[in-house]
Design a binder for this molecule. Structure first.
Ligand SMILES: Nc1nc2c(ncn2[C@@H]2O[C@H](COP(=O)(O)OP(=O)(O)O[C@H]3O[C@H](CO)[C@@H](O)[C@H](O)[C@@H]3O)[C@@H](O)[C@H]2O)c(=O)[nH]1
Ligand SMILES: [Mg+2]
Length: 192
């Protein structure tokens, strides 16, 4: 609750796959006067993301998939290397990330560790993202992964040397914020 904010109206301006709203509100300024402002707010739900790592091999599991919003903004192939992630739908973050891990990577995991949560684009997108890490091993592989066919996900699963992946941030080949945060967390905490 913020007593300096009074929401006046919240109007849906586009209801497509997700919802774009226009929120009009009053904002109490330092001089005591109220100023009316309007902000567009894109609500696509919340999400969860995970970095799978293997201590013996010093490897991690990433995915590669086409992301249209990047294609229309300078990513010439539209392909993105990302940690496995998904939208919560009606699940809690932990159940969501276990389900997404199995769907997208083919690994069935039971122990995950939540490390933090973050708003990914707070000026325009409501989404909060829950971050997890988990160890993986070959015996947890139950299928090839790739995502759900009817959702047209076409996800490629990559097993990558951790130091190689860290270096891909510097070269610009890994450009996804959630993935960069996770790789840096593993490095900072000397997990691999
Ligand atoms: N038809 C259609 N499908 C869509 C649309 N927008 C998204 N989808 C599809 O809906 C599915 C959602 O898959 P998830 O695995 O649940 O989500 P995600 O897209 O991987 O989300 C993750 O990455 C996002 C981008 O970094 C994150 O924003 C999100 O929190 C999460 O981490 C994907 O197949 C995606 O292509 C749309 O406008 N139309
Ligand atoms: Mg996904």
């Amino acid at each position: 609750m913020n007593n300096s904010i009074k929401i006046l109206t919240s109007e849906i301006i586009c209801k497509g796959w997700h919802t774009l709203k226009k929120v009009t509100f009053e904002y109490l300024q330092k001089d005591g006067t109220w100023q009316t402002q309007t902000r567009e707010v894109y609500d696509r739900g919340n999400g969860a993301v995970i970095l799978l790592y293997n201590k013996d091999k010093k490897t991690i599991i990433l995915t590669r998939q086409f992301r249209m919003p990047t294609y229309v903004n300078g990513n010439s192939t539209g392909m993105m290397v990302e940690a496995c992630a998904g939208l919560l739908d009606n699940d809690n973050p932990e159940d969501c990330i276990k389900r997404e891990t199995e769907e997208e990577t083919g690994y069935k995991i039971s122990d995950v560790k939540k490390i933090f949560e973050a708003y990914m684009s707070p000026g325009s997108v409501t989404e909060i993202l829950y971050f997890f890490i988990a160890e993986y091993s070959q015996d947890m592989k139950v299928h090839e992964g790739g995502g759900v066919a009817h959702e047209q996900e076409n996800i490629e699963v990559l097993e990558m040397d951790f130091n190689y992946a860290l270096n891909r941030i510097e070269t610009g080949e890994i450009k996804d914020a959630k993935t960069i945060l996770l790789l840096q967390y593993i490095s900072l905490h000397k997990i691999l």
